[in-house]
Design a protein around this ligand. Sequence first.
Ligand SMILES: [Zn+2]
Length: 84
Amino acid sequence: MGLGTPLTIDESNLSRRFGLFSKMLVDVDLSSKLFETIMVEREGHALSINVQYEKLPPFCAQCKIMGHSIQTCKKILIDDSIAV
Ligand SMILES: [Zn+2]
């Protein structure tokens, strides 16, 4: 399983001007587990690569939508106030 569907790859990756990291735009399913590392196989070797997410939008695992985090979810806050 990968990170998601690659949409674009940064030009510096294709020209190999920088070799320490790779930057790309990936369509990610935020309702699934986000990986912190991925395994990349190349020429008979497997490498563990660290993943950093840039501009990750807030996602509520309770409502299954983007726009707010679970820490600020009004649905949970309302449910908690009713339970008291
Ligand atoms: Zn929510």
